[in-house]
Ligand binder design. Sequence first.
Ligand SMILES: O=C(O)CCC(=O)C(=O)O
Length: 281
Amino acid sequence: MFAVERLTPAIGGFVSGLSRSMIYQSDFGLRLHTALMEHQVLMFDVDGLEPLDLVAIGETLGTLGARHHRYRTHDDSDDVVVLEWQGTDQPDAAEWHSDMTYRNSPPFASILRAVVVPPSGGDTLWSSMYAVHDALPAGLRDELRHLEAVHDMGAFRTPAYREGGSDGLVAAMGDAGMAVHPVISTHPFTGRQYLNVSESFTRWIVGMSAPESARLLTMLFDLINRPEHHVRLRWKPGRCAIWDNRGTQHYACADYLPERRVMHRVAVATDYRSPTAGKTT
Ligand SMILES: O=C(O)CCC(=O)C(=O)O
């Protein structure tokens, strides 16, 4: 049906032989899920995909609807978010993150399609949190296994404060919520363990003093940033990526401004095929 070429030892597969009509075949979702569980992020070029095709791909994997509080949606579907940056904008995804971990059940997966690509730059990188976990010194890994961390909305505080002052900030923090996740989480489908803290959203290790928590988190963030754990995608118009949000983090390079970059994104809230869909314990 389609073939997947491994891109790095740690993470990423490039899919070939995929066409628009295959998305609508009955076994597509299962095959896509199997490949996604193996490679964590899949990239592909398929001619003529429309926003509603992204919705159809998402629906083969799980239920949609993990709406984000900041972004506008496409006219064709509320499930398609438009990410657009240009001029003097400050893109908000040039930080390592796993999407929306300030929720108790963060989305399972995201599908991203490039619509307008800058002449150079604007690449996206993914880091495998399985690989980071597996590279941890054994003693540190054992200590981390007992720890939990608080996640919140991170830098989304800035627009909330600028738009609504302190009251707006408090309201936005309340709307987005906070969540506590194990520092080492278990993937609900593969059973593999992964590091589950990110520089975007993890604020605090429960039970530690502020300096202890900051030191430990900074050290872990440094490990996430090692190229051995990464794959990097150069976009072209129409190119797509799908990632499993559990066990990966991503970083969108903000090196292309003032040129314009436009992406369409569909978030898949739950995983039909995982027994504890969306949970990160
Ligand atoms: O625009 C990108 O490359 C990634 C956007 C992003 O970080 C996200 O969709 O969570």
